[in-house]
Design a protein. Sequence first.
Length: 86
Amino acid sequence: MKKIIILFIFVMSGSAMLFSSCAPTKEIADKSGAQLWGENCNRCHNAPSMDQYSKEQWPIIGSHMKLKAGLTDDEVNKIVSFLKGS
């Protein structure tokens, strides 16, 4: 019984740490789309210009890059909004 309780506590504390680490920091949450674009897109390649793709293409590219770059929904939305000029 003690082993089950210890295991339960271990799993719950690990889950809590995992979920709390998924929340963006205030520093990241306060960044603009332009800042996020400059910081994230240049990590792996030259950042594309705003007019390289149409306003309809940016959300699709954003979804793809969310997975590849490990971005949050909020970060992608800010970057796509910036790139669409809205």
